[in-house]
Write a protein that binds this ligand. Structure first.
Ligand code: ADP
Ligand code: MG
Length: 686
């Protein structure tokens, strides 16, 4: 609805609706609707000097204009200047265009020349009829992002008007502008909407021009402001304080056959301190595959239980949830703590009994799949929600677990939230899209692991891989064989898994081959996983159900078929299923040709690197931040102009200034947010 705030004057309803699609709701928004690129109409190129592949403008006289039928109906005009003749061609045209190109008219054509059906030609050039002595524009012509039904000319006119009517207040303190060498806001807008012809077009195009830096800095600043505000709002809420008693934790640690790594110990301290505070923790525990996150989570859950509160851990797959449950139960039962297991597949009676005891608060700890967040589950004294492999859940699911508390305890209390992920967040993203989280990093693996060797093998040499598998298993090792990902077809994926299983079982009669996939009954799946964990299955043929979390230390060979179809994070996760014990581990990536550029790039990265941080950074580079770990759904405004890689150097100062503004210049902070986010800020808070 067009409120007074969203008013356009002199803009019809239909146009206003189309502008809304561009997220333009009022004249002020146009100031920051910045050009995608520019066209240089400030000069003319003689036809003879045109270079194929480069946009240029020519001026000449229409020598002919006709509709031809070959090879299909189209409009072809020829324009002549003193240096030569050029064809222009329209595959779609209106009768009015034909009239405009009357023989003898002077026209300017703007477009890219290329060799074509009619010799050197421009296809769909922009045409302007001009008088003989008409002057050239003095600024580069901006080309704006647009949508169907909103022409460039319309946008240019609207932007022009906005530049005259709308305030362009300077909202950055001058000391900061000087320090970062940034031009003023109004000057930057002017340069971007009207670059003078001597402006460096390459710097403009690549968004390296000082005017762009100014705008991008402001955008990053606003992002930091809104993140910082969300952080402060969270700190203002109440959570049950869970002081650390430590006796149970000490007993658990004493019973383990190993000691915490230094990184685990540090994270435990971070988390314990957060849990003791009276406001909700929101912490990400980030550690490469195999770094031992489960144990850190178990200690946090223990801290809740010690205080008489409930804690729940949610995992994305049934296999993983069951594995966590078994592990937690084994660790905690000796301490007298019971752990409930909730999965969609448990028998109804068992499940109902379990639910009732959780609802009465008799059982304090629970592990489950997303079944945990379903309706009948009530955890009245939930004080800690743990989400494992958090990137596998949507934002809503992650938060839903937190909402499970409440009915019994003080409804104003919010549980603490611990998220875990092996998909590391590159530094730039951690400082931007995830800046409202506190982060603990497990940057070391438990001792005694041997590095994984990665090999790339073409599909033509599949037999060699089977031979390799036979030899490895003969030596007492266990292996995973991961079947190809088949997009959009679960049925086909299952079929392939079944066929692979049959083929391997036939080829390796002396080995015990197992199969798990998503459609297997939970009992069967769990029996096969248990057999594999116990060493009673040598080769586990699997779909990506084993992608995350699965922990069978004796498995040391991982084979991935059609590895080129998998994403980098997925390959890294799958590879992380091996290399968990002392045995030397190997990961064989079978690929099929032809390889796409992206597929080739991913294989190169996974072959060359084992460090999850490096892999994530490369992933970010190949895919771009928008797609990264669900950033798009994170509720944080996406950046329109700043680029996390290219503009990384601006992020730290933006963060500093954001803190300064919020504590010393709240009015400026508010004005900046309004300028960039308008009414959207409330929405982003949700
Ligand atoms: P991830 O971080 O990938 O979730 P896990 O929690 O599954 O890793 O741990 C991987 C394996 O390492 C498990 O078998 C776990 O019991 C073991 N582990 C955890 N911490 C240590 C440690 N400090 N020393 C040795 N082994 C450990
Ligand atoms: Mg894990």
């Amino acid at each position: 609805m067009a409120g007074p705030e969203q008013g356009w004057s002199g803009v019809g309803g239909a146009l206003a609706a189309r502008l809304a699609k561009l997220d333009l709701h009022r004249p002020r928004d146009l100031l920051l609707h910045l050009p995608l690129r520019y066209e240089d109409e400030t000069r003319l190129t003689p036809i003879a000097a045109l270079r194929p592949g480069f946009p240029a403008q020519i001026e000449g006289e229409v020598a002919s204009c006709e509709v031809v039928q070959q090879p299909r109906r189209q409009l072809v005009a020829r324009v002549r200047d003193a240096s030569g003749m050029l064809a222009a061609r329209w595959l779609h045209f209106y009768p009015s265009q034909q009239k405009q190109l009357a023989v003898g008219r002077r026209v300017r054509l703007f477009g890219e020349v290329r060799g074509g059906f009619f010799g050197d030609e421009m296809v769909h050039p922009r045409v302007r009829v001009v008088a003989a002595d008409e002057g050239l524009p003095e600024a580069l012509t901006p080309v704006y992002p647009t949508t169907a039904g909103v022409g460039q000319a319309t946008l240019r006119k609207l932007v022009e008007r906005a530049l005259h009517s709308e305030a362009q207040d300077e909202l950055l303190p001058s000391s900061w502008r000087a320090r970062l060498d940034l031009p003023g806001f109004a000057a930057a807008l002017h340069d971007l909407h009207h670059p003078p012809p001597d402006a460096d077009p390459v710097a403009l195009e690549r968004r390296e021009h000082p005017a762009w830096r100014r705008i991008k800095f402001e955008e990053l600043l606003v992002q930091q402001l809104s993140l910082r505000r969300a952080y402060l709002a969270r700190r203002a809420r109440a959570a049950p304080p869970l002081p650390r008693c430590g006796t149970l934790a000490a007993a658990l640690l004493a019973a383990l056959p190993f000691r915490l790594t230094a990184a685990q110990a540090r994270s435990v301290v971070d988390i314990a301190a957060d849990l003791a505070a009276p406001h909700p923790m929101q912490r990400l525990l980030q550690g490469d595959v195999g770094s031992g996150k489960t144990l850190v989570a178990a200690l946090a859950m223990l801290q809740a239980a010690e205080n008489g509160w409930q804690a729940a851990m949610m995992a994305p797959t049934e296999i993983l949830a069951e594995q966590h449950w078994k592990k937690l139960a084994a660790w905690l039962a000796p301490l007298g703590l019971e752990v409930a297991w909730l999965s969609g597949s448990r028998r109804k009676r068992e499940r109902e009994a379990e639910l009732a005891r959780l609802a009465r608060g008799e059982v304090l700890l629970a592990v489950g799949t997303h079944a945990l967040i379903e309706d009948p589950v009530s955890l009245p004294r939930l004080a800690l929600a743990v989400v494992d492999e958090q990137h596998r859940f949507g934002v809503r699911q992650r938060l839903a677990l937190r909402e499970k508390g409440g009915s019994g305890a003080d409804p104003a209390l919010r549980p603490h939230l611990l998220m875990m992920s092996a998909t590391p967040i590159p530094r730039t993203l951690a400082m931007t899209h995830y800046a409202d989280l506190d982060v603990s990093v497990l940057d070391e693996l438990p001792p005694g692991r041997t590095p994984i060797r990665t090999r790339l093998v073409s599909e033509a040499r599949r037999d060699e891989v089977v031979a390799r598998l036979r030899a490895a298993c003969a030596g007492g090792r266990q292996a995973y064989w991961v079947c190809p990902l088949i997009e959009d077809s679960e049925a086909l994926q299952l079929q392939t898994a079944q066929e692979t299983f049959d083929a391997l079982a036939a080829a390796l009669p002396e080995l015990r081959v197992g199969l798990v996939h998503g459609r297997l009954k939970a009992d069967a799946k769990s029996a096969t996983m248990a057999a594999f964990a116990a060493g009673a299955v040598d080769v586990l043929v699997a779909t990506t159900v084993i992608e995350v979390g699965v922990d069978v230390p004796n498995a040391s060979l991982m084979v991935i078929e059609h590895a080129e179809r998998f994403g980098l994070a997925q390959l890294h996760q799958l590879r992380g299923r091996v290399g968990r014990g002392a045995a030397e581990s190997e990961c064989i990536l079978i690929f099929a040709r032809p390889l796409s550029d992206a597929g080739r790039a991913r294989l190169k990265v996974i072959y060359e690197h084992t460090d999850g941080f490096v892999i994530a950074r490369e992933d970010l580079r190949i895919r771009g931040p928008g797609e990264f770990v669900g950033a798009r759904q994170s509720g944080v405004p996406l950046l329109r102009y700043a680029d996390l890689e290219a503009d990384a150097a601006l992020i730290e100062p933006a963060r500093e200034l954001a803190e300064h503004l919020l504590s010393h210049e709240p009015a400026l902070a508010q004005a900046l947010m309004t300028r960039w986010l308008g009414g959207r800020e409330a929405l982003l808070r949700a």
